[in-house]
Design a binder for this molecule. Structure first.
Ligand code: NAP
Length: 300
């Protein structure tokens, strides 16, 4: 069996088109332009690329983009003061602080300073609690993107057996809460899980969020299962030239694709969906702030 490839790039383009249509309606019918503020502290090259892409895609969907680039040694108090200004700025409906923050800054303090209604990353403790108790919240972008692709591919997720490998606050745990809300039977595995291959083999859906290149092999996968590979890992690729690298996921694609029923590739799977969901969350936040109906199909 060769798995169907779930095309995250095409899926993300579709989500962005839906976002753009909502933005156009908000402008035409209500004279409202959704706005997303992104805060970057320091000059981490990967973070700079992410922030640039977020800004470009925000503008492409018709929204307003506000970028705040701060020096690596910006005092925590200055960062908190900026968050406070953005919280009180009516043109800003979503705030994202690019992680990781420098060591001298308390990341939890900064994330919890964001107005939960503008917390489009879904990391504020209020949104974490709302999601965990099955209430209306802002869902973190990466698991939201995975959920959208799973709903699209599998239809109803009710009763399906699912294993998430990884229990981080940004992927594994919110993924658990989202899937549980869709009535999946969910297991969360981690570094202490005994016989992980057997645990994975029992699942109809495997979500891999481990951060270990190509760890999950084809013989860990139940024939016909859906595999969502969240991992983004760089491996040396001398065949491409000196110092070159290539991106791989947490799943060993070549062996998993032979067994799974469907699989997301890396790159081109979960990655593009993360930014698309950030844009979707910003429109949702804007609609909520203005007491308008939320876009259908773009929230959890
Ligand atoms: P993380 O915070 O490092 O968490 C990794 C999780 O994997 C932990 O829960 C850890 O278990 C578990 N783990 C590590 N080694 C393991 C092993 N040998 N067996 C079983 N479990 C193991 O990572 P993360 O932030 O969730 O990110 C995971 C991956 O997703 C990374 O590759 C990251 O780059 C990628 N990512 C992609 C996107 C995207 O947009 N596509 C977004 C976010 C993250 P313990 O808790 O027991 O240590």
């Amino acid at each position: 069996m060769t798995a169907k490839i779930i095309d995250g790039k095409a899926f993300a383009a579709d989500v962005r088109a839906q976002v753009a249509a909502h933005v156009a309606r908000l402008k035409d019918e209500h004279s409202i332009t959704p706005g997303l503020a992104v805060v970057l502290v320091g000059e981490d090259p990967a973070s700079q690329v992410y922030v640039r892409n977020k800004g470009r895609q925000t503008i492409e969907t018709g929204m307003a983009s506000f970028e705040h680039k701060l020096d690596i040694d910006t005092p925590e108090a200055d960062l908190l003061a900026l968050i406070d200004r953005l919280n009180n700025d009516p043109a800003v409906h979503g705030i994202l602080v690019q992680l990781p923050l420098p060591d001298h800054v308390d990341s939890a303090l900064v994330l919890n300073a964001i107005d939960p209604a503008k917390d489009v990353d879904g990391f504020h403790i209020s949104n974490v609690g709302l999601l965990g108790t099955g209430q209306k919240s802002m869902a973190p972008c990466t698991p939201l993107g995975c959920l959208m692709m799973l709903r699209d591919h599998n239809g109803s997720l009710s009763g399906i057996t699912e294993v998430i490998v990884g229990r981080s606050n940004i992927v594994g745990k919110p993924m658990f809460n989202l899937l549980l809300r869709d009535s999946c039977t969910v297991t969360v595995a981690h570094s202490r899980t005994v016989d992980l291959p057997a645990v994975c083999r029992a699942a109809d859906i495997v979500v891999a969020a481990v951060g270990r290149p190509e760890m999950i092999r084809g013989d860990w996968i139940k024939p016909g299962a859906t595999v969502i590979d969240v991992g983004i890992n760089r491996l040396p690729a001398p065949e491409r030239g000196e110092g070159k690298t290539r991106l791989v996921g947490d799943c060993h694609f070549a062996s998993c694709v032979e067994v799974a029923g469907a699989i997301t590739p890396v790159p081109g799977g979960v990655g593009p969906m993360t930014i698309a969901c950030l844009l979707a969350n910003t429109v949702t936040a804007c609609c909520r702030a203005n007491g308008l109906d939320e876009p259908e199909g773009l929230t959890a």
